[in-house]
Design a protein. Structure first.
Length: 405
């Protein structure tokens, strides 16, 4: 075990090194902040893997938000009863994750309108920013996306995001690759160990900031480190404001669905092209196989033996090409024979939306929020977005792996 533990420790440094190699501005990386956040995450991994009451606290927050979303399913069920009849855990992704935007966005816009959310943003941003050394909004957004999910958090924070420069919007896009949505935590815990799901969520928060800080260092002046608030003297009448919020949420859903279909279709078409080579090479090679080969060295660095690393690398690649649900469904029986370390690193890696389709969802969401110039700037960094999501998942898996043998 000692050899594999050393590999696990080495993995953390290698993942940080990879982020450094692909950084947009190596000279301006805030290494002091990165080290602080690494220590914080080391503590969190230790805390949530060793103390059940620590995990229970995270679970209580996730359960509370999932309970709140039942109102969204009631609303969806009014015109589309057959869509919600099986229950949230068995709904199509569009119903369980996207249509609730029609409830979440207006709800949080109302909280913004009456001044509750600006207050929370201000003080959460101050507290987390003080600990991590990061800007107020980016610090709050890291928590916001954990609870709401990437597209929902972007929609709720559209006023802030629309006022930021392109470099800061890129940071938000990089972080958004590693989110989780409170609306599907309940589905996750029915397929994989719940304690690992709830441990991965807070680790992803800090790791998302770490990776974004290294890949895309952004220097802010004190004047730029602010949060956009609704000006009460200029705000619309409430129901006019609410109507615009609902229409905006609907437009956002259509954009996301369009990009989601396009990206998944393009990945499927790539597999179709690769299938044309089957009869010439005498074997099947698909996009997930190519990515699995790429992921294998990183799986080794999670402290896994050769055979287990190859298996885990394949699951990682499948998750990146498709989504985490495909893998979770496929490994339910296999998990019974997995050792504790293999199960811990694999499940932790799965707990995020880091895949090809998520890139499309984020790009689509941002197109409905920022101007064309900023949107085009973000689109140039699609490979970096995918890399950020993968590195965050690897870091979270590595931290959990340190304490799971």
């Amino acid at each position: 075990m000692n050899t594999y533990l050393l590999l696990n420790v080495l993995g953390i440094f290698v993942f940080i090194l990879v982020a450094f190699v692909f950084s947009r501005d190596k000279k301006n990386i805030d290494w002091k902040s990165v080290v602080i956040m690494l220590v914080v995450n080391l503590f969190l991994a230790w805390f949530f893997t060793q103390f059940p009451w620590g995990r229970n606290g995270v679970k209580a927050v996730a359960d509370a938000f999932s309970w709140m979303l039942q109102a969204a399913y009631v609303g969806i069920g009014m015109p589309f009863g057959s869509w919600t009849a099986p229950g949230p855990g068995k709904m199509d992704m569009a119903v369980s994750a996207l249509l609730p935007i029609l409830f979440v966005v207006p709800l949080f816009d109302i909280l913004m309108y009456i001044g509750v959310l600006p207050f929370i943003i201000k003080w959460f941003g101050w507290l987390i920013g003080k600990v991590t050394g990061q800007p107020k909004f980016e610090s709050f957004y890291s928590v916001e996306m954990m609870v709401l999910g990437n597209t929902e958090a972007l929609a709720v924070s559209k006023e802030q995001v629309s006022h930021m420069n392109a470099a800061r919007v890129l940071t938000v896009a990089l972080m958004s690759m590693s989110c989780i949505s409170g609306s599907i935590v309940g589905a996750y815990v029915t397929m994989v160990p719940g304690e690992l799901v709830l441990t991965a969520i807070p680790l992803n928060i800090i790791n998302a900031i770490i990776i974004a800080t290294i890949l895309n260092p952004v220097k802010l002046t004190p004047e730029e480190d602010y949060v956009v608030e609704i000006k009460h003297e200029n705000r619309q009448p409430f129901f006019s404001f609410l109507g615009d919020s609902v229409l905006g949420a609907g437009k956002l859903i259509l954009i996301i669905i369009a990009f989601l279909i396009a990206f998944v279709s393009l990945a499927a078409f790539a597999d179709m092209l690769l299938s044309l080579l089957d009869k010439y090479i005498g074997m099947q090679i698909r996009l997930k196989d190519i990515l699995g080969l790429f992921m294998f060295p990183f799986a080794i660095l999670l402290g896994l033996p050769f055979g287990e690393a190859w298996t885990v690398a394949g699951h990682m690649a499948t998750k990146i090409v498709t989504n985490e649900f495909v893998v979770m469904i496929g490994i339910q029986d296999a998990m019974k024979s997995m050792d504790n370390h293999m199960k811990a690193v694999l499940v932790t890696f799965l707990i995020s939306f880091a895949n090809f389709s998520t890139v499309g969802m984020i790009i689509g969401a941002l197109k409905g929020i920022v101007d064309v110039k900023t949107s085009d700037f973000i689109a140039k960094y699609v490979p970096m977005m995918l890399l950020a999501g993968i590195l965050v998942s690897l870091l979270s898996a590595a931290f959990v792996g340190l304490f799971s043998w």
